[in-house]
Design a protein around this ligand. Structure first.
Ligand code: HEC
Length: 76
């Protein structure tokens, strides 16, 4: 779980390293390298969240998106 990863420094370091690669391959095309955002694509570095900034809320955003039609998607 996210809570278990957060509690274990070695696991957290591994998750961050792998996440950086995954982000570069899958997310940077829209959010930019380092996630500064661009017009129409939110900055993911600031603490200004459209859909909530806790780890659980961010995971929900990534898993189910916004207005995706899924029962757990964000609506608004
Ligand atoms: C095709 C372009 C595109 C890609 C690829 C993409 N995103 Fe996004 N992302 C967006 C847009 C556009 C929004 C704003 C959606 C909205 O609220 O209408 C967004 C929103 C988000 C948010 C919510 C930000 C907030 O303020 O709540 C997060 C978190 C996020 N993206 C993470 C990711 C991650 C992680 C990846 C890669 C796994 C990714 N995105 C890939 C376009 C993209």
């Amino acid at each position: 779980s996210l809570a278990d990863i957060e509690k274990d420094p070695a696991l957290l370091a591994l998750a961050r390293a792998k996440g950086k690669t995954v982000f570069g391959d899958n997310c940077a095309p829209c959010h930019g390298s380092g996630a500064p955002g661009a017009k129409g694509f939110p900055n993911l570095n600031d603490d200004d969240w459209l859909w909530g900034g806790t780890l659980d809320q961010i995971m929900q955003t990534i898993q189910f998106g916004a207005r995706s039609g899924h029962a757990k998607t964000h609506e608004g």
